[in-house]
Design a protein around this ligand. Structure first.
Ligand SMILES: Nc1ncnc2c1ncn2[C@@H]1O[C@H](COP(=O)(O)OP(=O)(O)OP(=O)(O)O)[C@@H](O)[C@H]1O
Length: 280
């Protein structure tokens, strides 16, 4: 992935302000085909704002967002059909049955994959004859996902896609999401507070804190390079280390490579521990 390819989604020094509130702060990021990027951050960290800027729903105050090589402000209708989005709270189609809602939705997308639609309907155990307004919250979420994925978009943006799914549906969904991305060369950006899901399926982690992107890394590299260090008094941190947080003689760092004088301990962290340490 990456290098000479066009980024599927690129943010360049993007800031977004709502009145007094900075929701995104000088954020730069490039996503490429095949990446499954988990977006993690506390409530209000800026995850939805980042996604909505990526879709052109809201405009940054500063900086540039481009999708598949085009500025998001000037996306052609053809490029728009290459993007799939499931918001936190889907969505309409009241008065329709599941099958009728899908018929209508499908008509907007020339590249719709009927086989994929059928497979996912079965996977989520959705009854095509059911009225949309009678679906449970989780079932609606599943239908929204099918609608966003069945045309194999090049960029799929999911705002907490599994929050309303039960653990079995969630696990299946996350695994399939990864397969779909690999198979179709799609790039997936999803937010979730469920760190174990993120750890299991994401290829990359993007960590937001108060609108800043504090970490963007491959999950495997993260395990190796992000450590909680315990330091002896007066210990000097090597220059290459990037400090993410500090609490007395405990320092959370990125880019850890080797031991150094004054290092007492370097602990590896799982994602949940990392999240807690970053916000302690
Ligand atoms: N339309 C808006 N008007 C004013 N402030 C907003 C608006 N949208 C977002 N904000 C503010 O911007 C900040 C980031 O919000 P955002 O919804 O992006 O966070 P989030 O990380 O998605 O949170 P959550 O995990 O709770 O969904 C918050 O402080 C929020 O109050």
């Amino acid at each position: 992935m990456e290098m000479n390819q066009t980024a599927t989604l690129a943010f360049s020094q993007v800031s977004k302000q709502f009145e007094q509130q900075t929701a995104l702060d000088d954020l730069s990021l490039q996503l490429y085909p095949g990446m499954v990027v988990g977006l993690l951050g506390q409530n209000g960290a800026g995850k939805s704002t980042l996604m909505r800027c990526a879709l052109g729903i809201i405009e940054p105050n500063v900086g540039e967002v481009s999708v598949l090589g085009s500025s998001v402000k000037e996306l052609s209708s053809e490029l728009k059909t290459q993007i799939g989005y499931v918001p936190q709270q889907p969505f309409g189609y009241e008065g329709f049955t599941v099958v009728k809602a899908l018929d209508l939705h499908r008509s907007f997308y020339p590249d719709w994959d009927r086989g994929l639609e059928t497979e996912w309907l079965q996977r989520f155990d959705l009854d095509p004859k059911q009225q949309v307004q009678r679906l449970s919250v989780g079932q609606r979420q599943s239908l929204a996902l099918i609608m966003a994925m069945s045309y194999r978009p090049k960029l799929l943006i999911l705002d907490e896609p599994v929050a309303s799914l039960d653990p079995i549906a969630r696990r299946k969904f996350m695994a399939d999401l990864f397969d779909l991305a690999l198979e179709s060369g799609s790039c997936v950006l999803f937010s979730s507070h469920i760190t174990s899901d993120l750890e299991r399926v994401a290829s990359h982690l993007a960590l937001l804190k108060q609108g800043k992107l504090v970490l963007f890394k491959e999950i495997d590299a993260l395990r190796e390079q992000v450590k909680l260090l315990t330091l002896a008094e007066g210990a000097q941190l090597p220059e290459e280390l990037q400090v993410l947080n500090r609490q007395g003689n405990k320092v959370l760092v990125d880019n850890f490579k080797q031991e150094f004088t004054g290092l007492i301990q370097a602990e590896s962290l799982n994602l949940e521990q990392l999240f807690m340490e970053l916000h302690s």
